[in-house]
Every structure is written in structure tokens, then in C-alpha cells.
Design a binder for this molecule. Sequence first.
Ligand code: C5P
Length: 299
Amino acid sequence: MGLKNAIKRVSVPAPAKINLFLAVTGKRHDGFHELVSVLAKLDLADLVTIDRVSEENHLSCKCVGADQLDGIHNLAEEAVLLWRKRTGIKDGLHLTIEKKIPVEAGLGGGSSDAVATLLALNAMMESPLKQNDLIDLSAQVGSDCPSFLIPGLCVAEGRGERVRSVAAPMNKHMKGKSVLLFKPPLGFSTAAIFQALGQSEKFSISSEVVQKLSNWESQNLATDKFLANDLELPVFEKHIYIPALFLEIEESFSLIPRLSGSGSCCFCLGNDRVPWSKVENVIRKAWGEETFLTRTHIV
Ligand code: C5P
């Protein structure tokens, strides 16, 4: 019996991401937006386990720690269906996703779960798909997905499907940095945030974005000055308690808070000398005890 039939269970961690940089440079004919983004993966992660079951074509999924996702056709299941179509391999599967990453947070949890599922499947079935096929397939699941297939910090362009690693010295410099995540007790819909930005048509200028990214990657621009997110514009207009708290954090601690992706999770970058418990107290005082607060690191 080959490996393909022998392996019954594979578990793969699915890391969260933050967008250190997200510039929207225009609207495309397919309704999506053209963007340039730098994504960093975190040591906050879900865990995806796939179990082979005897019934061919079977597919079921249980999310542990996020009851609201039960019974909803999720991105991990969609990834399995696309993988089956591409490879013709129809082994029955049960997925278990242990959720640690909050949903509707801009932390890429659903996309990362889908990519971890593809990696687990590919490992279980003796790697029928190579890296480029996986990037291509994952882009059909979600715009964020391909970035999770790139180790370390990733630059994503186009709709999010054109991915590459950040220049090696900068990648090394950022690895291990402390990140405080803080999310108000509500989530945002990515589609609605992009739509609101699209209506205002306040897009970044491509040549300026390319220059800024190049300056940062060559270490001629400090990370504090590089951090940016065009999606803050529509979010801040509607949720004014976010910029109000950002201002307080900036003035009290000289930190630069940012929204991750389309939110609602926000983050501050720092190091182990930052008095994180004091920052956390300020956040809890503003947004209440139900605020999701986690200290994590870039991996
Ligand atoms: O690709 P994904 O399904 O994650 O995107 C969710 C929604 O976000 C899309 O339906 C689209 O409205 C919006 N989006 C966009 N431009 C992108 C990525 C996402 O307009 N580059």
C-alpha cells in the first residue's frame, strides 16, 4: 500500500495575517479592486485536521470554538471541492477546524483555513499539486488565500493573486516583532467595505505606492511610516470610535495603530519593551470587556 492510501489523518496550522500595508489603486471590470498589500503571518493560528473516511466523496466539517460557523458551507470545504475537481481524487473527508482566529476580523482566518486544508490534503495524497497550482487554485477560493502559501512576509498584487516574498533582509528584520491585536465586539463584511471605498473612488496612485513599497523593502523607509491601509477611510467614517482610540494610543504610547484588512480587528506593532498591559487597559476602557485582545508575534 502506498503513502497515498496509508495516511488517515493530517493536521496543519492555519496562521492569522495582518496587512501592514494595503493600498487600493483602482476598480476592476470584474467588480474586484486592484491592490498592493504587504501581509504578515502571526503565531495566532487555527488548527485544521483532515480525517480520511471510507465513503467516497463524503465531505463534512466541524468548527470547534466558533459555533456560528457550524453548518455554514465554509471556504475550507470549497477548497476541497476545487481540489477534487482539479485532481480527480475523491477520497471521503471529515474536516475539524479548531478556531482561535476571530471571524469577520480582517485576519484572514477563513482563507488561511482553506489553504491549510489544501496543504493537508496535498500532503495526505502525495502532493499531486505543486506550489503554482496551489496558488492558482487557492485564488479561486479567496483573494487573500495565495498569500498564505508564501513563507514569511508577502507582497500581494492584482486582486491578491500575484504573490511574492518581501525582500529577505526586511523579512528577517520583521520576524518575531510583537503585535497587539484588538477587535471591537462586532465584525465587518469585506464586500461592504470595498464597496463603500469604490463609491468614493478615493484610490491611491500606483506609482507612489510602488515607490513607497520599494523604499520600505530596501530599508530606506521606517516601518512606522510605511504602515497604511486605504480601507480605513470607509471604516472610520462609519465607526468613529476606532480613529478616536487610535489617536489616544498614538498620543499616549507613540505607537501607530492600524486596521487589518477590512477589519474589524486592529493592531499595534512593537517590541517587548512596549508596556502592553497599559495599552490594553486603555483599549478595554474605550471598547469594553468584550473586546478581543491578544498579544502575538510575526512568524
Ligand atoms: O476574494 P474574497 O471573496 O475574499 O473577497 C471578498 C469581497 O471583497 C469580494 O466579493 C469583493 O467585493 C471584495 N474585494 C475586492 N477587491 C479585492 C478583494 C476583495 O473588491 N481585491
